[in-house]
Design a protein around this ligand. Structure first.
Ligand SMILES: Cc1cc2nc3c(=O)[nH]c(=O)nc-3n(C[C@H](O)[C@H](O)[C@H](O)COP(=O)(O)OP(=O)(O)OC[C@H]3O[C@@H](n4cnc5c(N)ncnc54)[C@H](O)[C@@H]3O)c2cc1C
Length: 691
């Protein structure tokens, strides 16, 4: 254990009052060994010794774990006893410990922005673990740059804003419902908007849910009942966002609510539906059945009143003739409502992958359906029949629309294939197979897969059960995609599935079947307009991107906009609800005080230098972050750039175009960058003797 008091340069004598950062910088430098993560590669003692020789460095130490209590105490003691007024820590990642060390220096009375962090682990020891001498030299250069910046650091204050405590939740699936409930129970008012006319999302379409085999309808009903009973939640169905403005704590959001066209108390529902002559594919049953233009997707849906599908209604007025004057209103216009909210939860969910025409026979042979369609078939029928014939043999093919390989699979319109695993389909497929076996024990089931990924707690039981239930598994290589072809005329089974089975060492097997079920993957809901309005970013897989998958898993890069559920990636119901709870917690912490605090790293204009040219306004990517103001001073009309700190994300694009260098980003000023570059490239005495 190194001596915690080890220091390479003794502090200037005497106790100095740390609360007065004015005067020459007195920099405390701390090199963390991070257990052995840094210390086994970088010679931390040598780094501290070298840095201790640099100008303005009052003390330079190395220690095993700077983030530990004794490690932090070294820093606070140096601030209070040795007058350290700037702190540079070289340690693991900034994401992990920036807040830790900011709080450390603040506890000792120093402005928290007078601390600077160098990532010695990710940027040095981990990448140069085979060359300790080079890693040590690099650590010295990196830390020297930090010290150069520290010399110029000034105290900063975070931006404080009043925050509206209301929250908008977009999407009324399990994730949105759960998030709304959880936020409302923390005392914040919630507006929940759902694009379709009914709550529940996809869970409403499933029969039983793995891993508990719970009745999906019952689970959803219970959740919806809790949501409607919560007085702090206002629900709009048939509603979408049409515009957004503002920033964390102060979003102005306009929503458009489509009318239902049917009064709540309309009693002649069945007669009106019967009278409607329109027939369109019923999306609730994934096109397996037809519905009318006036419809209710399923018994027990919420809201329980039917709705008129304006896209397909032909205005034949048949429904109006069934009585109850005024119960049906075909000409009601949509309503626009302005909402003021402090935060937004995006819970827009997913859509199942739609196979291309001809992909494994889909759209070509009517006996090829998708797993969501099979779910509806099982939910709505007592017998397993297809085309009015009993299904005797069925093949389920995994990974359709997931784990696709570029060049082998047809891309989506954006040119990309779905190379990700959709995570829920393996267990959902096995769950369906087991339910079929229980209800129709004479049906032969083939399961054609690349890998079975039953990754969650209790999911593997579905695989074990399927094996015990006599499901026959066949495994193919990713690049050897199974083929679905029409059987010869007069054959007993209409389709043949051809698989090169790797469980039998590559034997070419033909499976004659009545029905093929494609276990399609999950894709994000089509929300590009919402993504543009909220300025949030999708990832490469098109699902919405979080700031950091481990450390900030539900926050987006836009402060005040958080994610819940499958809008972010494939998830089970359990995972969607866990994400929704995390999102609710984030929002509650953010808004519960009615104020929000933002980082001070925002653009700052020097009015003396500003010429009012306006280049900064033209290039600024953030709406409302910078504008020109005209004012009269000493009888002269002046135009000056003015920054709205709440809208600025500190990107610095404005800095790069200002012809008079009148604009800078607080905490990241150009002189700081210049000093850092100089320090990194300088022939520094600190490097002497390092080899
Ligand atoms: C075939 C299949 C079977 C499955 N079986 C299971 C299972 O047994 N167990 C399990 O744990 N998981 C299962 N899942 C996964 C489960 O369906 C999801 O975890 C769950 O639906 C995710 O809920 P969500 O709220 O994130 O998304 P969704 O259920 O998709 O809900 C999102 C909601 O947002 C709405 N929306 C979309 N865009 C907008 C917009 N712009 N504005 C307003 N609203 C919008 C949508 O209309 C929808 O109502 C299965 C998935 C599939 C494909």
């Amino acid at each position: 254990m190194p001596d915690p008091t080890a220091e390479s340069q003794t502090a200037a004598a005497g106790k100095i009052n740390a609360s007065s950062p004015a005067g020459a910088p007195r920099i405390g430098v701390y090199v963390c060994e991070c257990g052995g993560n840094i210390g086994e590669t970088v010679r931390c003692e040598q780094v501290a010794n070298a840095l201790g020789k640099l100008a303005n460095v009052t003390i330079a130490r190395h220690y095993q774990f700077m983030c530990s209590d004794p490690g932090q105490k070294l820093i606070t003691d140096d601030i209070t006893e040795k007058g350290v007024n700037r702190v540079v820590v070289g340690a693991c990642s900034l994401f992990l410990h920036e807040q830790t060390f900011r709080k450390t220096v603040e506890r000792a009375g120093l402005n928290p922005y007078l601390y600077y962090h160098i990532g010695l682990r990710e940027q040095d020891s981990w990448v140069h673990h085979e060359c300790p001498a080079d890693a040590t030299a690099k650590a010295i250069r990196m830390m020297s740059a930090g010290i150069a910046k520290a010399r110029l650091m000034q105290p900063l204050a975070p931006v404080h804003l009043d925050a509206d405590q209301r929250v908008l939740v977009i999407g009324g699936g399990v994730a949105g419902l759960r998030a709304a409930l959880s936020i409302a129970r923390r005392g914040l008012p919630v507006t929940l908007i759902e694009k379709s006319h009914f709550l529940g999302g996809h869970v409403a379409q499933w029969e039983h849910l793995f891993p508990t085999d719970e009745d999906a309808a019952a689970l959803l009903e219970g959740l919806i009942e809790e949501v409607i009973a919560e007085s702090k939640i206002t629900i709009y169905t048939g509603a979408e966002v049409v515009s957004t403005k503002g920033y964390v704590g102060n979003f102005d959001i306009r929503i458009r609510v489509q009318p239902r066209g049917v009064a709540k108390d309309f009693a002649a529902v069945d007669q009106a539906i019967a009278a409607c002559p329109v027939q369109v594919p019923d999306e609730f049953n994934f096109g397996l059945t037809q519905r009318k233009a006036i419809y209710q997707p399923y018994v027990g849906c919420y809201p329980a009143s039917p709705v008129i599908d304006r896209e397909h209604c032909t205005r034949c007025n048949e429904c109006l003739r069934v009585g109850q004057n005024g119960g049906i209103r075909l000409d009601e216009p949509p309503v626009e409502i302005d909402l003021k909210v402090g935060a937004v939860v995006v819970a827009t969910g997913f859509r199942p992958y739609e196979p291309f025409a001809g992909e494994m026979g889909y759209g070509e042979f009517p006996e090829v359906i998708t797993l969501p369609q099979l779910e509806r078939l099982l939910a709505t029928n007592d017998r397993l029949e297809w085309n009015a014939r009993p299904v005797r043999r069925l093949a389920m093919i995994h990974c359709v629309g997931s784990r696709q390989i570029e060049g082998m699979h047809a891309p989506q319109p954006d040119g990309k294939v779905n190379d990700y695993c959709s995570r829920v389909c393996c267990t959902a497929t096995l769950s369906a197979a087991n339910r079929i076996h229980t209800r129709f024990p004479n049906v032969t089931i083939y399961d054609v897969y690349q890998d079975i990924r039953t990754y969650g707690r209790g999911h593997e039981d579905y695989y074990v059960r399927a094996c015990k239930n006599g499901v026959t598994f066949l495994r193919h290589l990713p690049e050897e995609i199974p083929e679905v072809i029409r059987s010869e005329k007069g054959a007993e089974y209409p389709l043949l599935v051809k698989v090169k089975d790797r469980l039998t060492w590559g034997e070419e097997i033909e499976l004659p079947v009545d029905l093929v079920v494609l276990s399609v993957g999950i894709m994000p809901s089509p929300i590009s307009d919402l993504v543009d309005m909220l300025k949030i970013a999708p990832g490469n897989d098109r699902f919405l991107l979080e700031v950091h998958p481990k450390l900030r898993p539900v926050e987006t890069a836009v402060a005040g906009v958080v994610l819940a559920g499958t809008a972010q990636g494939p998830m089970t119901v359990q995972e969607s609800c866990a994400a929704a709870e995390a999102a609710a917690t984030k929002v509650a912490v953010l808004l519960s005080r009615g104020k929000v605090e933002l980082e001070p790293y925002v653009a700052q204009v020097d009015p003396e230098r500003c010429q009012g040219v306006g280049e900064c306004v033209c290039v600024c990517p953030q709406e409302g972050a910078i504008h020109l103001e005209t004012r009269i001073e000493n009888g002269k009309m002046l135009r000056r750039a003015v920054v709205t700190a709440a809208n600025c994300n500190g990107c610095g694009v404005c800095v790069s175009v200002c012809p008079s260098r009148a604009i800078d980003v607080q905490g990241w000023r150009l002189d700081g960058f210049e000093a850092m570059v100089e320090a990194i490239t300088a022939e520094t005495p600190a490097l002497e003797g390092v080899a």
